[in-house]
Design a protein around this ligand. Structure first.
Ligand code: HEM
Length: 385
């Protein structure tokens, strides 16, 4: 995604600021606003009793797009139309073509590729996504011209810096800003909604855990020190520990990424095997997370694996849904919070079930590991709230 070396180091350092907890928590109201919109759409989709077995992932995608564009770029584009949906839909099709190409070696020949219909489709999809990026940047500029978003007294100016502001301040050129925003929106919206869909699926399959999460969520919503002005406080979100463990366990069972890296130095695996520099290696979290030596009965959904005492007993790299070490996911904290807010909103408002069984869900690799067709849910509005 990002190249390695010095360029990566500088970019990583430059862009890590908006992902710090202190910077993220400023956006708690915006996440709730986006979740309110998600709720309206979800209610519309699931309100008729004959509308069972509906998909949810597209609604989660739109919500994630809203949260990430506002948190990272300072711009709420979703209120104006279907930009998020358009971006996400195009991204899905783009990745599908990209990965189909891997299995057709003749398309590696540049001139054949450029003559192919897939190439033309990919270009058109790329342009559609860039139009949305352009709109995000344009809107950001309009906000700046109007004097910015306003800053509360004494607030650390650094903490309210968006990705775009940081890049401008660091002298990053127009084209590079454009590419970076497209990449970041792309990554953010390809990963979090799918992981959230898998978590809701796990909770739909395991009703007892769903109920325990809901009790915890209800307690938080019903506590006036935690739920104020229609918003669950950031600190209260952090305290949803049972839900957090369910999310972590879901990311264990369904890690969606495959990590592909070219070795920057020889890698000694054991006494007999050293992989030379420049060889590309694949690390598959899915395989690792299902090894019985790390996870007893690996297919079992067991959130208690993420109790502190159990985490301490495991090798730290036995769990890498968001990779690990210096090249781990820069959006890790943000992704986990987004997932929490979305799942908490759904469980607070709906009883969730599914007619799909785990074994019905065929997985495909299209940039990420995802269900071949979207999971279907039944959501029934809760009466006693
Ligand atoms: C549940 C959601 C997410 C998952 C499972 C996930 C997973 C990962 C993984 C496994 C990597 C390492 C990839 C590799 O080394 O090949 C990674 C890197 C990265 N992720 Fe995420 N990610 C998620 C959400 C996000 C979000 C929300 C953002 C940004 C808003 C983001 C931005 C990035 C970036 C920029 C990198 C590259 C970091 C670097 O190379 O220094 N991710 N992610």
């Amino acid at each position: 995604m990002w190249p390695g070396g010095e360029k990566w180091k500088l970019r990583r350092k430059m862009l890590s600021r908006p992902f710090m907890t202190k910077a993220l928590q400023r956006h708690n109201p915006c996440w709730h606003k986006q979740c309110e919109r998600m709720l309206v759409e979800t209610e519309e989709r699931f309100q008729d009793s004959d509308k069972k077995d509906c998909i949810l992932v597209d609604i989660l995608r739109k919500c994630t797009f809203g949260m990430s564009s506002e948190t990272l770029m300072g711009v709420d584009v979703t209120q104006e139309g279907e930009d998020g949906a358009l971006f996400c839909e195009s991204l899905g099709d783009f990745n599908k073509i990209l990965f189909n190409r891997i299995f057709r070696p003749w398309l590696f020949v540049d001139w054949i590729w450029r003559l192919s219909s897939e190439y033309r489709k990919m270009r058109a999809l790329g342009e559609r996504m860039q139009k949305v990026t352009y709109k995000v940047i344009q809107k950001y500029r309009e906000i700046q011209q109007d004097g910015g978003n306003g800053m509360e007294n004494g607030e650390d100016v650094e903490l309210r810096n968006t990705m775009i502001e940081i890049m401008i301040r660091n002298g990053v050129g127009e084209k590079a800003i454009f590419d970076e925003v497209t990449t970041m929106l792309g990554v953010a919206n390809d990963t979090t909604p799918l992981s959230t869909e898998f978590t809701i699926f796990m909770l739909a399959l395991h009703q007892e855990h769903q109920e325990l999460c809901r009790q915890e969520i209800d307690r938080a919503y019903e506590d006036p020190t935690k739920f104020k002005n229609g918003i669950l406080e950031f600190e209260a979100l952090k305290e949803l520990k049972y839900l957090e463990r369910c999310i972590l366990e879901s990311l264990r069972i369904h890690p969606i990424t495959i990590i592909l890296k070219r070795l920057e130095a020889p890698l000694k695996v054991d006494e007999d095997l050293t992989i030379p520099k420049d060889v590309s290696v694949i690390v598959a979290p899915y395989v690792l997370h299902h090894l019985p030596q790390y996870y007893h009965n690996p297919e079992k959904f067991d959130p208690d694996r993420f109790l502190l005492e159990n985490i301490r007993e495991r090798h730290p790299y036995a769990y890498i849904p968001l990779s690990g070490g210096p090249r781990n996911c820069i959006g890790m904290k943000f992704a986990l919070i987004e997932m929490k807010v979305m799942v908490a909103t759904i469980l607070r408002n709906f009883e969730v079930s599914t007619a799909d069984r785990k074994e019905d869900i065929k997985l495909v690799v299209e940039g990420v590991i995802k269900p071949a067709s979207s999971i279907k849910f039944n959501l029934v509005k809760r009466q006693t709230m």
